[in-house]
Design a protein around this ligand. Sequence first.
Ligand code: CA
Length: 234
Amino acid sequence: MNNPVVLVTEDDAPVRNLIVTTLKTHDYRYLTAANGAEAVLMASSHNPDVLFLDLGLPDMDGIDVIRQIRSWSHMPIIVISARSDDADKIEALDAGADDYLTKPFSVEELLARLRVTIRRLTLTGGEKGADRSVYTNGKLTIDYSAGVARLDGEELKLTSMEYKLLCLLARNTGKVLTHTFITQSIWGRSWENDVASLRVFMTTLRKKIEPGPDAPKYIQTHIGIGYRMLKVDE
Ligand code: CA
């Protein structure tokens, strides 16, 4: 993807300028919006590649901006907010945000999150690519039609639950999935002990795919929030 376009939604001018300057110096193209209504309008009229979104906007809550945009678009949304509670992060992610960055943030971290998101776009080729029948990420492959996952060419012996979990994470590579989203997707509900079970399945899945117990390469943990499949270079 050449010079992706980022729509920066931020009412605080100094923060907006910092983000814009960072994008400019790294050859990203950008658009800006200073409130929620403008963000929704710009998102629909300009179809940017990525949306940066502050939650505390003068005219509406950023969560509602996410909900509105998600009703017609899958464009990646990275929330950049001063709200640092897990509950706020979970609300934004469950509303459809892809990632969450807490203010104050470093420019390096902002760029790193943006790269993860853009690699996801490149990997999945947008919505259409998500239906591709073979998934490849580093040494990991999943042949969805055969229902087989392999690591370095070796078939993985996964239980059906581990396989479901792996496919869900793979189909959302680059996106942070909350515990609620995962348990809803897998069991159709999210009870307290479902999250506990999820941790157990995640541990056994990781033993099978990760190079070492202390060096997760594919699945990243967001403590108190959920998990994310990373794009691995190999
Ligand atoms: Ca604000």
